[in-house]
Design a protein around this ligand. Structure first.
Ligand code: 5GP
Ligand code: ZN
Length: 114
């Protein structure tokens, strides 16, 4: 989608600190990190949110989470863990309408969210 900031990052039209990319997904550091480790894993395909995930894309969340887990471990979160978050639409606190998994780690996070 032409005016989507994450599509632009996926195409390299907007710079980002990329951690990983292949033909389907990419991961990059969040521009406003909320923890010592804070990166995002996204599909290249523009899917607005988890509610709009279609049956034909059902394998994508597994790939996103698998890569999120692998990269979290590589960034030192294997022992103490991390938070893996998918915000969805306004009540879920989503601000960028392109499906993404947040990974936050490196400190103890509170629960429940505000
Ligand atoms: P959401 O609130 O939609 O779940 O999360 C969107 C995240 O994207 C936020 O944590 C925000 O800091 C991050 N973000 C927004 N714009 C950019 C950008 O241009 N580059 C990067 N790296 N992160 C961004
Ligand atoms: Zn997009």
């Amino acid at each position: 989608m032409s005016d989507c900031i994450f599509c632009k990052i996926a195409k390299g039209e907007i710079p980002s600190k990329k951690i990983f990319e292949d033909d389907e997904i990419l991961a990059f550091h969040d521009a406003a990190p909320q923890a010592p480790v804070h990166f995002l894993v996204i599909p290249r395909k523009h899917i607005r949110n988890i509610m709009e995930l279609e049956a034909s894309d059902i394998s994508l969340p597994g790939k996103l989470l698998n890569k999120a887990q692998e990269l979290a471990a590589a960034q030192g979160c294997a022992e103490k863990g991390a938070r893996f978050v998918i915000n969805c639409k306004s009540d879920g606190g989503q601000t960028v309408d392109h499906l993404h998994v947040h990974v936050l780690g490196g400190r103890t996070l509170s629960w429940p969210p505000g």
